[in-house]
Design a protein around this ligand. Structure first.
Ligand SMILES: [Zn+2]
Ligand SMILES: [Zn+2]
Length: 164
């Protein structure tokens, strides 16, 4: 039996998410809902190639979405959400990385920079469909075999800095 969570993103029309989109961690303990009717209009979110995002995601890059906290609801029914305080950051600011302590799925990141804007970062891998990203960070640290995403701005390091 295929796991129903192993879905083809294309099997979900974006019209399904016109009010909100909901995702779960791998074990289902943590549910995240994003309420943003514009999420699939245009480009939203970014792909980060920094070493910390690669470790956290277990991948060559991580799909992230910085979004207003009041648009996000996180349910933690089995109380498995755990926070790792990451001090090994370029900015020197602590990044509070939350993940499911049962299954290991990354859930969200919070930093003083985003706190000031009333935002947090949602790790998008748990959602049935991910919006077309707007930009990449740490694009200078891409692996040479990675393809290029058309129309996605590649910041060498941080957003707003020099681009590739
Ligand atoms: Zn879990
Ligand atoms: Zn990163």
């Amino acid at each position: 039996m295929p796991n129903p969570l192993t879905g083809d993103p294309k099997s979900h029309d974006v019209s399904e998410f016109k009010d909100s989109i909901t995702g779960h961690c791998l074990c289902g303990s943590i549910t995240v809902t994003i309420r943003d009717p514009t999420l699939f209009d245009g480009r939203h979110g970014h792909i980060c190639h920094c070493a910390n995002c690669r470790k956290v995601s277990g991948s060559f890059a991580a799909p992230n979405l910085a979004i207003e906290k009041d648009k996000v609801t996180i349910e933690d029914k089995n109380r498995t959400l755990k926070v790792y305080e990451d001090y090994e950051t370029m900015s020197g600011n602590v990044v509070r990385r939350a993940f499911c302590s049962n299954c290991g799925s990354p859930v969200r990141s919070e930093t003083p920079m985003y706190d000031g804007q009333g935002k947090l970062v949602i790790k998008m891998g748990m959602f049935p469909r991910i919006p077309t990203p707007e930009f990449e960070t740490f694009a200078d640290h891409r692996h040479p075999w990675q393809g290029k995403h058309e129309g996605v701005t590649q910041f060498k390091i941080a957003r707003g800095g020099p681009t590739l």
